[in-house]
Every structure is written in structure tokens, then in C-alpha cells.
Design a protein around this ligand. Structure first.
Ligand code: CUA
Length: 202
């Protein structure tokens, strides 16, 4: 099997990169501003200098921020591409939102309510739609957030590498039961997944 890059890593890297740059800029700008306020205060500089045009400075303060903004775009874009490019061998699960629950339909016809069970180590593709109003599928542990829209078929994918239980939530205000529209994602071993598929458990 060829190497699958978990999009979680790319999304987190983009987040850290952008917040890192923001912190560096915040610090540098604040320090420079305070330093200038003190150095060029009125008591020491009663007559302001009238400076016009400095092409070198202008090129620098245009080129550097442009390069920084483009690098943030690139990091963000590659994490987005990671979230949208599904590996070819992904297990497909139909994901249907309705007021106020989630239905998951597996390739063999098994259906579960408010619980997704997936085998560890397989990329999982969720084909998402809605039966009534707009809902939002949110699985924070896998950095997934897509709207479920009636009549529209969209998707999300994730790569569960460890066993565990993760929360699934609706993130569009879809009506009075919105807050209860939660589900649980359970990542289990392949054997347990196959047992679960054959069981009557919903
Ligand atoms: Cu479904 Cu909120």
C-alpha cells in the first residue's frame, strides 16, 4: 500500500505555521512601535522630518509581506488539498443527515444510527447528504467539517490510525433538536469491524 498522508498533520501544520508567523509579526511590530514612540517623542523631536519616497524601502515592504502571504496560502492550500483528495482504496460510507440524527450506511447494506464504526488503518470516505434541511458534519478529531445539504452530494475523508472514540456533531442550526444531533465515531481493529458488520447491533 502506498503511503497515505494523514490530512490531520497537514491541517495542524498549516495552523501552527500561520499562528507562528502571526506571533512573530505581533512581537516585532509591537516592539518597533514602542521603540519609535519613545525615540521620536515630541520633546526630543520638536520639528518632524518630511521624508518623501524611498524606493528601496517600498520594494522591501511590498515584497516581504507578499512572500509571507503567499507562503501562508501555499501551506493552507496543500492542507486543503489533503482534505479533498481521497485515496483510491477508501472505504465508502453513505452519511445521511436528518432532523435530528445521523444515519450511516455501509457497502454491505448495514445501517447504523448515530454511530460510525470504522476499521483502523483504512482511509474512510463519507459520502454526505441530507434528507431534509441543512446540517453540518463535524468530526474535530479528524479536522473534518462539511455541510450536509438536501439534494447535494458531497464528501469528506479521514484516516483513522488509532483505536478510539471520537465525537461527531452537527454544526448548522437545523432546528429545535440541533444540540442533540451528535454521533460517535468508533475506530476498531479490522477483525472487530468485521464482527460488528455481521452483528445485529445498530
Ligand atoms: Cu442537524 Cu444541527
Amino acid at each position: 500500500m502506498n503511503q497515505i498522508i494523514n490530512p490531520v498533520e497537514k491541517v495542524d501544520a498549516a495552523f501552527l505555521y500561520i499562528i507562528g508567523i502571526s506571533l512573530v509579526l505581533l512581537t516585532l511590530i509591537t516592539i518597533t512601535m514602542i521603540w519609535f514612540v519613545v525615540k521620536y517623542r515630541r520633546s526630543r523631536n520638536p520639528v518632524p522630518a518630511d521624508i518623501r519616497g524611498n524606493w528601496k524601502l517600498e520594494v522591501i515592504w511590498t515584497a516581504i509581506p507578499t512572500a509571507i502571504a503567499l507562503s501562508m496560502f501555499w501551506v493552507g492550500w496543500s492542507s486543503y488539498a489533503g482534505l479533498r483528495n481521497v485515496p483510491a482504496n477508501a472505504l465508502e460510507i453513505e452519511t445521511i443527515a436528518q432532523m435530528y440524527s445521523w444515519i450511516f450506511r455501509y457497502p454491505d447494506g448495514k445501517e447504523s444510527d448515530n454511530e460510525i464504526v470504522v476499521p483502523r488503518g483504512h482511509p474512510i470516505r463519507l459520502n454526505v447528504t441530507s434528507d431534509d434541511v441543512i446540517h453540518g458534519l463535524f468530526i474535530p478529531a479528524f479536522r473534518i467539517k462539511v455541510d450536509a445539504v438536501p439534494g447535494v452530494h458531497t464528501y469528506a475523508w479521514f484516516y483513522p490510525e488509532k483505536n478510539g472514540k471520537f465525537s461527531v456533531q452537527c454544526t448548522e442550526f437545523c432546528g429545535i433538536g440541533h444540540a442533540d444531533m451528535t454521533a460517535e465515531l468508533r475506530v476498531v481493529s479490522e477483525e472487530d469491524y468485521n464482527l460488528w458488520l455481521k452483528s445485529d447491533e445498530k
